[in-house]
Design a protein around this ligand. Structure first.
Ligand code: T46
Length: 143
């Protein structure tokens, strides 16, 4: 994954401690309020992404902070804060991306073996989602 600085607001790279125990595997460690800058209330993961046309996300959150990782395989994450956009390939289990409030995010181009892990600072709340892009734009760039 590219190390370039992200231009969108409320984002950034997260780098995990990694212990390479070759030939006995790798160990990656995430500690809340350390590598991930919030306390974790929810963990979810997404797999079975064999459909190359699959699109996930396509929404923003009003208040939620999340950290997203490709812990196996790869996918493309596109972030849009209403003014700027960034698009990057997540393909390193030791490097995740922070997705903060008011960031429209879309996940595409999943490798067949992709597994996505997400840590979130709050429980699931559908009321926190903005699923309409026009509504999102009107909220970030009010006229
Ligand atoms: C996000 C991206 C990165 C729940 O009931 N509880 C949960 O914790 C989650 C995550 C989802 N759901 C339900 C809500 C929907 O009816 O599962 C269904 C699918 O969720 P959604 O279409 O939002 O899934 P994604 O993959 O598009 O988005 C998910 C997260 O929902 C979202 O917060 O930021 O991953």
């Amino acid at each position: 994954m590219s190390d370039r600085v992200l231009t969108v607001q409320n984002s950034g790279h997260i780098r995990l401690h990694r212990y390479g125990d070759s030939p006995d595997g790798n160990l990656f460690i995430v500690e809340a309020e350390r590598q991930v800058p919030f306390s974790v209330r929810r963990v979810y993961f997404i797999n079975s992404l064999g459909n190359p046309q699959a699109i996930r996300g396509n929404h923003a959150h009003r208040e939620l902070w999340q950290a997203i990782f490709a812990i196996n395989g790869s996918f493309v994450l596109t972030l849009d804060d209403g003014v700027r956009k960034d698009s990057l390939t997540l393909d390193d289990p030791g490097v995740g991306i922070l997705i903060g409030p008011m960031l429209w995010h879309t996940m595409t181009k999943f490798s067949a073996n992709c597994v996505i892990l997400v840590l979130a600072d709050h429980w699931y709340d559908e009321g926190d989602y903005i699923r309409d892009h026009e509504q999102f734009l009107s909220m970030v760039t009010p006229v």
